[in-house]
Design a protein around this ligand. Structure first.
Ligand code: V47
Length: 439
C-alpha cells in the first residue's frame, strides 16, 4: 500500500539533482517509467556519478515498496557439499569420499525442520551440490519429511542445475523440457513450494566455459524457471558477479532475466491491467515489455498482477551475489569492492523493472552494507539464516545467524519500516514463535 508519505518521498527522490548530465536522459526515463536499454545499463556502470545511480534506484524502490523493507525468519540448509562439478569460483564443493565431504540423512533433515519449527521459522531454503549417487527418492523423501515435521514451513529448494541433475538421475534427461517439468511436478507434489535463484552465475558462454564448464547454460537455467512458473511455482534469480565476467555480461544477464519475466507478465497483462510497452531485447529484437513502476504505480502487492487474480508463477526477486574468492580456484582475484556492490545492486533495480523485489543478501553483502543498500534499490535483506556453508563472511564458521531484533534495527536505522514476510512476500503476523500470514 503506497501512502501519501511514500508519494512525497518518491517525489523528493525523483527531483534529486543529476550530477552527470549524461545521465539526464536515463533519469527522465526512470521518472516516466520507461524501460532502460543496454546502453543505459552500461552508462550507469561507467558514470562516476554513483550517487545519481543510487538515487534513481531509490525512486523505483520507493514507488514499489514505499517505506517498507522486508526480512523473514528462515533457515538455510545445505544438505550436501558433494558435487560432480568443480566450478572454479566455488569453495563449497567436495568430491565424494574426500575430507570434509558430507551429506545429511533424511532423518537429519527432519530434525532440522523440527528445530526450524521450534524457532518459529516460516521458510527453509535448501540447496546442495550435484551429488552423484543420491536417487530422486532422497529428495522427495526429504521434502515429505519436512512437510510432515513442519507442515506450515515453506520449502524453497534446489537450484536450476540441481533440477536438471535430478532429471538425469531419474533417467528423464532425454525428455528435455518435459523431463524437467515432470521432476518439478514430483518435487512440488512432495512439498516443494518455490525455487531459489541460485546457480544462474552470469549468462555468458565465455564466462561459463572458463569458470563453470559442466554447469547448465543460460538457456537451460531459464527453461527450468519457465517450467516452474508454468506449474505456478514462484522463483528467484541471482547474478554472481565480480570474477572473470565483464560489466557488459552483467547487463546482458539482467536483460535476459527481464525478457523471460516479460513473456510471463505480458500474457497476464490483459486481465491484470498491466501496461505493455514496446522495447528492444538484448538481441535487438522488439519485445513486449511490462514495467512495474511508473509515475502511476502499477505493482499491487505480492501476487502479480492484482490480488484478485492471485497469479503465481513468476520471478519475485533478483539477488546480486558478490564473488567471494577465498579458498576457490579463483582465489588470486580480488573480491568486488563495496562501491561496486552498491552500484551493481542499484543497476539491478533499475534494469529489472519487472521484478518486484531486490534482495541485499546480508550474508554476502555484510549487514552494514545491506542496510545501506535499502536506500539504494533493495527492499529485502533475506532472513535469520542460522547456518550457511557456501560462503563465509567472517572466519571458517558456518554458523552465520542474525536475530530478528538486529534485522529490524538495521531496517529502522536506515529509515524504513520492517515487515516480516513469508517466502511469497505476504506479511506475517507473529506472536513469539507462533505466526500466520496476515490477511
Ligand atoms: O548458486 C557459490 C553462489 C549461490 C560463491 O533465492 C557464490 O532467495 C559468491 O543462490 N562467491 C547460492 N557466490 C546462494 C543463492 C541465494 C542466496 C540467498 C537467497 C537466495 C534466494 C539465493 O551462491 C550459488 C552460487 O551462485 N556462490 N560460490 C562464491 N565463492
Amino acid at each position: 500500500m503506497v501512502t501519501t508519505a511514500d508519494r512525497q518521498s518518491v517525489a523528493r527522490a525523483s527531483n534529486a539533482r543529476v550530477r552527470d548530465p549524461d545521465l539526464e536522459p536515463i533519469a527522465e526515463k526512470v521518472r516516466r517509467g520507461e524501460r532502460l536499454t543496454t546502453e543505459d545499463g552500461l552508462a550507469l556502470y561507467e558514470t562516476p556519478d554513483l550517487w545519481t545511480v543510487c538515487a534513481l534506484a531509490n525512486v523505483v524502490r520507493r514507488r514499489l515498496h514505499g517505506d517498507v523493507a522486508y526480512y523473514n525468519v528462515n533457515r538455510h540448509l545445505n544438505y550436501s557439499n558433494v558435487c560432480a562439478l568443480s566450478c572454479s569460483f566455488c569453495a563449497f564443493y567436495r568430491k565424494a569420499g574426500a575430507d570434509g565431504a558430507y551429506e545429511y540423512s533424511v532423518e537429519e533433515v527432519r530434525a532440522e525442520a523440527l528445530a526450524a519449527r521450534e524457532a518459529g521459522a516460516t521458510e527453509m531454503h535448501i540447496v546442495g551440490g550435484l551429488h552423484p549417487y543420491l536417487p530422486l527418492s532422497y529428495y522427495t523423501e526429504m521434502l515429505a519429511a519436512i512437510r510432515e515435521a513442519a507442515p506450515e514451513i515453506h520449502i524453497k529448494a534446489f537450484t536450476a542445475v540441481e533440477i536438471v541433475h535430478l532429471a538425469r538421475v531419474a533417467k528423464r534427461g532425454r525428455d528435455g523440457y518435459e523431463g524437467i517439468k515432470s521432476i518439478l511436478a514430483d518435487l512440488s507434489e512432495a512439498g516443494l513450494g518455490s525455487l531459489p535463484g541460485g546457480g544462474a552465475e552470469v549468462f555468458d558462454d565465455r564466462v561459463h566455459d572458463e569458470a563453470y564448464k559442466g554447469k547448465i547454460r543460460a538457456g537451460q537455467w531459464l527453461d527450468v524457471h519457465r517450467a516452474a512458473h508454468e506449474l505456478g511455482l514462484n522463483s528467484n534469480a541471482t547474478m554472481l558477479y565480480g570474477h572473470i565476467e565483464e560489466r557488459a555480461d552483467r547487463i546482458r544477464h539482467l536483460e535476459m532475466l527481464r525478457e523471460q519475466q516479460d513473456r510471463t507478465l505480458a500474457a497476464w497483462a490483459d486481465d491484470g491491467g498491466l501496461r505493455v510497452q514496446t522495447a528492444r531485447g538484448h538481441d535487438g529484437r522488439e519485445t513486449n515489455a511490462v514495467v512495474l513502476t511508473g509515475p502511476d504505480e502499477q505493482y499491487t502487492g505480492p501476487r502479480l498482477p492484482t490480488p484478485e487474480t492471485s497469479r503465481t508463477g513468476y520471478f519475485q526477486t533478483i539477488i546480486p551475489l558478490p564473488f567471494f574468492p577465498d579458498d576457490s580456484a579463483l582465489e588470486h582475484l580480488p573480491s568486488p569492492t563495496g562501491m561496486e556492490n552498491l552500484r551493481t545492486l542499484a543497476i539491478s533495480r533499475l534494469m529489472l523493472d519487472n521484478f518486484p523485489h531486490v534482495k541485499a543478501f546480508w550474508i554476502m553483502q555484510g549487514l552494514e552494507l545491506a542496510q545501506f543498500m535499502l536506500q539504494n534499490g533493495a527492499d529485502d535483506l533475506d532472513g535469520t539464516v542460522v547456518w550457511y556453508d557456501i560462503t563465509k563472511l567472517t572466519g571458517p564458521t558456518t554458523h552465520q545467524e542474525t536475530s530478528v531484533r538486529d534485522l529490524q534495527r538495521a531496517i529502522r536505522d536506515a529509515g524504513f519500516r520492517p515487515v516480516e514476510r513469508d517466502t511469497l512476500y505476504r506479511p506475517v503476523q507473529r506472536d513469539g514463535k507462533a505466526w500466520r500470514v496476515a490477511t
